[in-house]
Design a protein around this ligand. Sequence first.
Ligand SMILES: Cc1ncc(COP(=O)(O)O)c(C=O)c1O
Length: 289
Amino acid sequence: MSVYPIIMAQKSFTHKDNLNYPFEERGLQFGDGVYEVIRIYDGAYYLLEEHVDRLFRSAEAVKIKLLFTNEELKALLLDLLKRNEMKTDGKVYLQATRGSAPRDHVFPANIPANFYAYVQDQPRHSEKLEKGVSTITQRDIRWENCYIKSLNLLPNVLAKQAAKEQGCYEAILHKDGVVTECSSSNVYLVKNGNIYTHPATKGILHGCVRMRVEKFAHDLDIPFIEEGFAVEDIEMADELFLSSSTSEVLPVIKVDNQQIATGKPGAITRKLQEAYEADVKQRQIQFTK
Ligand SMILES: Cc1ncc(COP(=O)(O)O)c(C=O)c1O
């Protein structure tokens, strides 16, 4: 996945080779920062406002003062795609850290936040969307504030790696027997026509696609119940699926080597995938006008 040449650094644009970070950088040394991944379809952002709003919420929660307003950042991110003549399916990764300063746990005084954003191609994973994926389950060992999209991803990295080592796509995380989310996506269980998912507490990331899934369910008259389900409920599920900006609405057909229902993506998951497709088309028009 190649990175496009022009990146955003602080509030301006430069060639990616010009980005030089000091080794005493708070993101590098403490994971003292927040980030976002925004999906691009055919060169246009999907859910740009939602991601930028969440970045501001995350930054505020950890007391990082961003260099721009919400509106300025959206304009800069649109410019970033234009400058790179981005026309395909991809994503933008962006991160803001507390800045560069001599290493000290205490916040440095009067240091500007560091920011960069870059564009990458990201083809859609059509085969997985069609056939579904396998997952494992793992204990959720993360902190209490997972609603903050922080750079501290070590537990998520370890969980995803464990999944990969077992030939799986994702790790479903659970705390005290209740499923929270996955290492890099939200997770939903379908039973008797209802969708169950963990409530949007501080214990999970409030996914931008999760917000859309809730709306799609509402539009389709499918009850969307924000109630955590138990790990033991999974084997009796009619359907299971994930959502995220890179995974989209992704069927899960196996958990810990146990097949879910028929082992094929379920009807409700398919309807939500169709709603997602339609939403992408509709929202893209907004941004290309
Ligand atoms: C832990 C976690 N949960 C959920 C999500 C899904 O969020 P979104 O739908 O905004 O991409 C992500 C995305 O990276 C994530 O890292």
